[in-house]
Design a protein around this ligand. Structure first.
Ligand SMILES: [Ca+2]
Ligand SMILES: [Ca+2]
Length: 185
């Protein structure tokens, strides 16, 4: 009897230990992240405040929150770029998805090498959605464009030309900075 009790206890302990390991292990293998960016571009309504990325089922969805996503403008245009790094061995992003922040403006996905756009705009699956009532811009890039990399990371840049003589830009976490690497999940 004593042995049986001991075994049961051991099993429970082992189960708890495994559960604990799974929880501890989660961040290293997480396919999503969310991080704040400071209010450091207050001259623009589009000051980046949070970036959330999810890389799952070989699709990438990135939500970027700004202070106030006003999609009608009586000044110059504003734009946002999502950079996607899918290859550690090559400097800079492999893809850029850029969009205007005013209603009716277009978006474009291009390949990049050493931080320069190369080739024609891509026609594989991708989309940008402006969600003004949530002050959010949603970027989506599908498998056909990404090519199923085991991991990727993203960077975000906003440029506001409302007052053309005083352009305002804001990079998530700093110039040419990145989120952490996200596993394919
Ligand atoms: Ca900011
Ligand atoms: Ca790269």
């Amino acid at each position: 009897m004593a042995t049986r009790t001991f075994r049961t206890t051991t099993r429970l302990a082992a189960a708890s230990l495994l559960a604990g390991i799974a929880l501890l292990g989660a961040p290293a293998y997480a396919e999503s992240m969310s991080a704040k960016d400071p209010a450091d571009a207050t001259a623009s309504l589009y000051d980046l405040r949070r970036v959330s990325a999810n890389y799952k089922d070989a699709k990438l969805v990135v939500d970027v929150k700004v202070t106030d996503l006003v999609t009608e403008s009586d000044g110059g245009p504003a734009s946002m770029s999502l950079f996607v790094d899918t290859d550690r061995s090559k400097v800079g992003p492999e893809l850029r998805l850029g969009t205007g922040l005013q209603t009716g403006t277009d978006w474009q996905l291009t390949r990049m090498k050493k931080w320069r756009a190369v080739g024609e705009p891509l026609t594989c699956g991708h989309k940008v959605k402006l969600v003004p009532d949530q002050d959010k811009v949603r970027f989506r890039i599908n498998t056909g464009c990404l090519g199923k990399p085991d991991e990727l990371r993203v960077g975000v840049k906003m440029v506001d030309l409302w007052d053309g003589s005083h352009p305002v830009s804001d990079w998530f976490k700093g110039v040419r900075s990145w989120t952490r690497w996200l596993d394919r999940g």
